[in-house]
Write a protein that binds this ligand. Structure first.
Ligand SMILES: C[S@@+](CC[C@H](N)C(=O)[O-])C[C@H]1O[C@@H](n2cnc3c(N)ncnc32)[C@H](O)[C@@H]1O
Length: 194
C-alpha cells in the first residue's frame, strides 16, 4: 500500500511540476515534427560556424541533430523546464556531441549578441517579446529560423510551406534585411513628422 501511495505522489508531483512550468514558460515541451525538423536542418549549411542559439530546446529534438550537422558551430540550447533539460544533459554526457551546450536558463534574460543563427519553436506571445530583443541584440549578419510562428512586423526572406498540421510553416529571417526595413520605416515616420 505504501508503494502505491509513493507512486501516486510521484505521478501527481510530476503532473504539478509539468503544469507549473507550462504556465511559467507559456508552452509545454512538445517537439517539432519530424518533417519540420528535417526541412529546418536541411536549410542550414553544414559549414555554418559561430554560435547557434536554440531558444527553448525541449527534449533536444532539434538541438542534437543541429549540433551534429554543424560541427564548426557551438550550439547553445536553452531550456527552463528541469525535466527535459536534465534529459538533454544526460544524453549530451552519454552521447555528445561536444559542440552542444545545454543551459537551464530563461533565454529572455540572456544576451544573444554572439549569435550567427537563432532557432526556435515557441508560441505567438514569445515571438512578440522576441522581436524587439532580437533587433536590439543580433548582429546584421545573423539569421533567425522560427518553426510555425512568424515574428510580428518582420518580413521573412523565405517561408517554407509544409504539409504538416502541427508545424505548417517555417519562417527564415536575415537580420540585415530586418534592420534595413526598420530603418526605412523610421525614415518615413521622421519625414512625416517633419
Ligand atoms: C514547443 S517546445 C520546442 C522544443 C524544441 N525546440 C523543438 O523544436 O523540438 C518550446 C520549449 O521552450 C521552452 N521555453 C519557453 N520559454 C522559455 C524561456 N523563456 N526560457 C527557456 N525555455 C523556454 C519550453 O519549456 C518548451 O520546452
Amino acid at each position: 500500500m505504501l508503494f502505491e501511495y509513493c507512486l501516486l505522489a510521484v505521478v501527481l508531483g510530476s503532473v504539478a511540476v509539468s503544469l507549473a512550468y507550462t504556465a511559467i514558460t507559456g508552452i509545454s515541451p512538445v517537439s517539432s515534427t519530424r518533417q519540420s525538423r528535417k526541412r529546418m536542418l536541411r536549410s542550414i549549411p553544414a559549414d555554418q560556424g559561430g554560435t547557434i542559439y536554440e531558444l527553448g530546446a525541449g527534449w533536444g529534438a532539434v538541438a542534437f541533430p543541429l549540433a551534429r550537422r554543424c560541427p564548426d558551430a557551438t550550439v547553445v540550447a536553452y531550456e527552463l523546464y528541469p525535466v527535459p533539460w536534465l534529459y538533454m544533459k544526460l544524453c549530451r554526457m552519454l552521447f555528445g556531441p561536444h559542440n552542444l551546450k545545454v543551459r537551464r536558463r530563461n533565454f529572455f534574460r540572456e544576451n544573444l549578441a554572439k549569435a550567427s543563427l537563432v532557432v526556435c519553436y515557441l508560441y505567438p506571445g514569445a515571438m512578440e517579446k522576441l522581436s524587439s530583443k532580437l533587433v536590439l541584440e543580433l548582429e546584421p549578419r545573423a539569421r533567425v529560423i522560427s518553426n510555425t510562428f512568424a515574428i510580428p512586423s518582420w518580413t521573412p526572406q523565405l517561408v517554407q510551406n509544409l504539409e504538416d498540421v502541427m508545424c505548417p510553416q517555417v519562417f527564415h529571417y536575415e537580420m540585415h534585411s530586418v534592420i534595413a526595413n526598420i530603418q526605412q520605416h523610421i525614415g518615413v515616420l521622421s519625414s512625416i513628422i517633419g
